[in-house]
Design a protein around this ligand. Structure first.
Ligand SMILES: [Zn+2]
Ligand SMILES: [Zn+2]
Length: 452
């Protein structure tokens, strides 16, 4: 794996939510809501979700997409942005950030706050123009990424009609999807207006969770035996695909409720869930469309597993949406495990999105969980922010001496977010959500489906 990014996962993980990406998440969700409204005007879609959208009348339709910013006007120094949330972000960085030159001159002292904004990327990067000039050799390597993030953020809040978020509905059963990479997936699934890298970054950022899951589990997976998958990996996935790709059952059509007609439900457990649980359910329908004969339960477990757009403080909530049921639970996984069992490798799979198994802040919390997961003999997949983050988790697993088999060697995730997330306490560092992926399973010697 080629490493292009500095390790920053620990920083991203421990920062308060206001520090990294929260503004971005809310602006992305607002854009999604607008696109959802546009989408419902364009064709009829199920709106069973609590993710409420007002159906715009055709004459008001265009007026809700009055752009605040034109496409040629997306770059602004953060402190002078016409958008208030962006100015707030600039203030936060200028207060809590780091001047890399100060840091280098006296590593043990807290640097002066980075008040000086780079004219090319618009970020507050150094304490003074003098330190900025001294650091050009280093800053030029991150300036381009920061500029891109700056413009993307203004674009998300520009008020333009975001056609790229108007996602396609179900596919025909005989339609083949190509999961080699983002391009082939978006093309074969008929996504609209995917004609710029910026659109690709926006869309990959919200679809990375469902597509990371889908691309591993699907029979058209880009991950192949020998190259990425071990023999044990192929066995585990073959078991799951046996359930996910059943022969067409006569009498069942897509219009019927698969939650009651499907012969089996596949359960996907997302543990330590954070951002992945805040996505609106219709985003996860892009996973369901890949498996038109399967009903899903997605269990988001962890203290930050909260359904989007809810005021409820219930620690356990269910949301039903077409062929999927979403379960949100804030209990510790040890407790949840006992309730959710028994587990079956043919129907159950675990995903740990950037878990931080080796990180000092989260390491101890994972210790009781991992043996329980291995004991189920179900497949377990994990992701990381960058190469270093992935390898920290992998080394932690290896050194713990568990009885396990590797299913997938750590590698770059074909469906990582293409968007960079900037570490606001040190803007030299950035990472991509679900950059890398790996897979393990508790060691076993023979598995048969429970009904044989
Ligand atoms: Zn300085
Ligand atoms: Zn710059």
């Amino acid at each position: 794996m080629a490493s292009r990014l500095r390790p920053l996962a620990p920083m991203l993980r421990t920062l308060p939510r206001t520090a990294v990406g929260e503004a971005r998440v809310s602006s992305t969700l607002a854009s999604l809501a607008a696109a959802r409204a546009a989408s419902s005007a364009r064709r009829s879609l199920s709106l069973k979700s609590f993710f409420t959208t007002r159906k715009p009348k055709s004459d008001t339709f265009t007026s809700q997409f009055e752009p605040v910013l034109e496409q040629a006007d997306l770059f602004h120094p953060l402190s002078k942005s016409p958008l208030e949330p962006v100015r707030t972000k600039a203030e936060w960085i200028a207060t809590h950030g780091t001047c890399p030159v100060c840091k280098e001159l006296s590593p043990d002292e807290k640097s002066k706050p980075p008040k000086h904004e780079c004219p090319d990327c618009g970020y507050p990067t150094h304490c003074s123009e003098e330190h900025y000039e001294m650091d050009q050799e280093h800053h030029k390597h991150v300036c381009g990424i920061l500029r891109e993030v700056n413009e993307d953020e203004h674009d998300l809040r520009s008020g333009r009609r975001m056609k790229e978020f108007e996602f396609p509905g179900a596919q025909h059963r005989d339609e083949a999807v190509n999961l080699s990479n983002w391009d082939t997936f978006l093309y074969t699934r008929g996504f609209l207006s995917m004609n710029s890298e910026r659109s690709m970054r926006h869309v990959s950022h919200v679809l990375t969770y469902p597509l990371t899951i889908g691309s591993v589990l699907h029979q058209a997976s880009p991950y192949q035996l020998g190259k990425d998958l071990t023999i044990e990996g192929l066995k585990s996935l073959a078991a799951l695909r046996h359930t996910l790709h059943p022969a067409i059952i006569s009498g069942i059509t897509q219009s019927q409720d698969l939650r009651t007609t499907a012969t089996h439900t596949v359960r996907i457990f997302c543990l330590g869930a954070r951002a992945e649980s805040h996505l609106p359910p219709h985003i996860y329908m892009q996973l369901a469309y890949l498996f038109p004969s399967t009903a899903f339960q997605i269990h988001f477990v962890g203290p930050d597993a909260i359904p989007p757009h809810t005021k409820s403080k219930e620690s356990h909530q269910h949301v039903h949406y077409d062929q999927m049921t979403f379960v949100y639970d804030n209990s510790l996984y040890e407790t949840y495990h006992a309730e959710a069992g028994p587990f079956n490798p043919y129907y159950d799979v675990f995903f740990l999105f950037s878990p931080g198994l080796a990180h000092p802040a989260t390491k101890e919390m994972w210790k009781p969980t991992i043996p329980l997961l291995l004991d189920t003999k179900c497949a377990i997949f994990g992701t990381g922010f960058d190469e270093q983050d992935v390898m920290n988790d992998v080394n932690e697993i290896e050194s713990a001496g568990y009885e396990l088999d590797w299913l997938m060697k750590p590698r770059e995730n074909a469906f990582r977010s293409l968007k960079h997330e900037v570490n606001m306490t040190d803007v030299r560092q950035s990472a991509q959500c679900n950059w890398g992926i790996w897979g393990i399973r508790g060691r076993r010697y023979d598995v048969r489906p429970s009904d044989q």
